[in-house]
Design a protein around this ligand. Structure first.
Ligand code: HEM
Length: 172
């Protein structure tokens, strides 16, 4: 008798916990990089990456911000002259990185292309010792600089989960 009361109470309790956690998740709104978020990110990125002049200015500000917040990271980019971010070598590096980023953002809703590009970048960055955490740091720099180059406010609830896809990487 006591046993069945106990099991009934326990199962009510677990249902209540389940309902409560669903409610909390619903209220908090778990962030996803769904079709709508992908379009929002693509739209805002396109508006920032438009003209060549803005492109270089934006890239330079992102790297400047990144090194200001993560000074120890400068050494990783010695080969491309990171002691002078206005040097030709570093400018070429910035162009390569943001061309890659542009490709990834453009391919967010083309699963096969996104996946194969991501496999390439993940493999390359893993060899260079780039971790998820430092990838997120770079994303924060993008997030701090981008608002200056877009019309309106950065759609952070779309950018956060979509950028996370890139920082997480894809293994073969
Ligand atoms: C967020 C997206 C990123 C994209 C799309 C990206 C893309 C690229 C591309 C296209 C290159 C040039 C590859 C080549 O020369 O063929 C590159 C190089 C490199 N990336 Fe990234 N990158 C990203 C983030 C990062 C981050 C966060 C780090 C580490 C802080 C990093 C570290 C490096 C290093 C060390 C190189 C080699 C530089 C050299 O030429 O010596 N990347 N990346």
């Amino acid at each position: 008798m006591y046993f069945s009361y106990f099991t009934a109470a326990a199962s009510y309790l677990s249902v209540a916990v389940l309902v409560l956690s669903c409610l909390v998740q619903g209220i908090l709104g778990e962030e996803v990089c769904g079709p709508l978020e992908k379009i929002k990110v693509q739209h805002q990125w396109a508006s920032a990456y438009r003209g060549d002049h803005d492109r270089l200015k934006m890239s330079t500000l992102v790297w400047k911000d990144f090194f200001a917040h993560n000074p120890e990271e400068r050494a990783r980019f010695e080969r491309v002259h990171s002691d002078d971010i206005y040097s030709g070598d570093f400018r070429a590096h910035m162009v390569r990185v943001f061309a890659g980023f542009d490709l990834l953002i453009g391919a967010l809703n083309q699963e096969d292309i996104f996946r194969s590009a991501m496999i390439h970048y993940t493999k390359m960055h893993k060899k260079l010792g780039v971790t998820y955490e430092i990838g997120i740091e770079f994303g924060k720099s993008i997030g701090r600089v981008l608002p200056e180059f877009i019309d309106g406010k950065l759609d952070i609830t779309a950018w956060r989960p979509c950028y996370k896809l890139i920082a997480t990487g894809v293994d073969e």
